[in-house]
Design a protein around this ligand. Sequence first.
Ligand code: UD1
Length: 422
Amino acid sequence: MEKLRIVGGNRLQGEVRISGAKNSALPILAATLLAEGVMRVGNLPHLHDITTMLELLGCMGVEVAINEDMSVETDCRNVHSQVAPYDLVRTMRASILVLGPLLARYGVAEVSLPGGCAIGSRPVDLHLRGMEAMGAQVEVLDGYIRATAPEGGRLRGAHIFLDTPTVTGTENILMAAALADGRSVIENAAREPEVVDLANCLVAMGAKIQGIGSDTLIVDGVETLHGCHFHVLPDRIETGTYLVAAAVTGGKVRCRDTDPAIMDAVLVKLREAGALITTGPDWIELDMTGRRPKAVNIRTAPHPAFPTDMQAQFVVLNAVAEGVGTVIETIFENRFMHAPELVRMGAEIHVEGNTAIITGKSRLNGAPVMATDLRASASLVLAALVADGTTDVNRIYHIDRGYECIEEKFQQLGANIRRVTG
Ligand code: UD1
C-alpha cells in the first residue's frame, strides 16, 4: 500500500499550476455520450476518477483517444451498451452521471445504484425523480437503476423542482433535458461553477439553455447535439487546497492557470485569516508573510456559499490558528472523519453533530494517520506540512482520485513529501 511520508516545518514558497476541475471533467465526459460527432475535451486532470470515467465510456463502446496533452477525443458512433456496471460505479459514485445522457440519447439506461460512502448516505432520489418527471419508467432491481424513456424513445420536457440543489442531480437532469422533446424548467438548480461549465459545453454542442449560472435553468430540447472542442475550467478545490497549504505554513504561493472569479467564498475566509491575496485574470497569490493564521468561522452551503469540499482544509487552518474557530457542515451528515485523525496529531477539535469547534494550537505533531475520503486526506497532508516531525498518510488512493501529482506539486513548493510503499 502506498502512503505519503511528510516531514513538516517547511514554509511553502513558489508557483503551482492548477489542473482542470475533476468535478467539471466528469459530467462533461458523460455528456460526450450525447454527441453525434467527435468531441474533444481539453484540460482534463490526470486522475483515477477520470480514468474510471473513460473506462466506463469505453465499456459502452465509446471510442476514446487520449492525446499527449491530456485532451481526449470521444466518438460515440459504435455505442453498443447502456450499462454502467457495479464494479465501476462502486469505485466512483459520479458514474451516475451517465444516467441522463444514456436515457436521453438511447432511450434506456442501466446504472448500478451507488451505495453510501464515507461522508454520508448520499441518495440519488432527485436524479431519478427528474428522469420520471421527463416520462421515464424507473425501477431499481438487483442493485441496478433500470430506466426507459417513454414510447418513441424520447424523454419529454418537464417542470422539475429540486428539493435540494444537488450538483450531479442538476447535471444529470440538464443533460437529459438537452435532448428531450420540448421545454424543461429546472428550479432550485445547483449553481456550482462546474454546473455552469457543463451547461456551456452543452451549448457549444448545440443545446438551448437559458439561465446558466442561476438557480432556474430553462432548456429547450433539441433533436441532436454535435461534437465540439471544450476546455475544462480550473479546479477551484485544488486551488483552495494549495492556498490553505501556503497559509498554514506561513508561506507565499502563486496558483496559476486558475480562476479567481469562482473562488470568492474561500478567498474571503483566507483574507479574514490574515492572508494577503492578490489576483490576476488567471492567477491567485497568497502571502502569509510568515505569520500564523487567525481562526475563522465557516458554514458550508451550496454555491456561491462556502464549499463543503474545502471544509476539511479549513479545519486544519483553524487547528493551527490563533483563536477558536467554528466549522458548520450543512451538506453532508458525516463529514468530520478527519477530526479524530487530526486530534492524533495534537489538534484540539470538539465535534458535536454538524459543528466542529477548533481551538488553534501553535504546534501539531507528526503521526501515522489514515485518509478516509478525498478531501479529508488533503487536510491530513496540510496538517502534516505544518507539524513537527514525520507524518505517514495512509490509504492515499483517496487523494489520487482528486489531486493530480500531489507530491510533485508540493515538492515544487518546497515541501518535504514523498510517496513510499509499505
Ligand atoms: C458533488 C461533488 C462533490 C461535492 C458535492 C457538494 C461531483 C462529482 N461531486 O457531489 O465533490 O462535495 O457536490 O458540493 O461533482 N441529495 C439528495 N438526493 C439526491 C442527491 C443529493 O438528498 O438525489 C443530497 C445529498 O445527500 C447531500 C446534498 O443533497 O446532502 C448535496 O449533494 P450533491 O450536491 O448531490 O452532491 P454530489 O452531486 O454527489
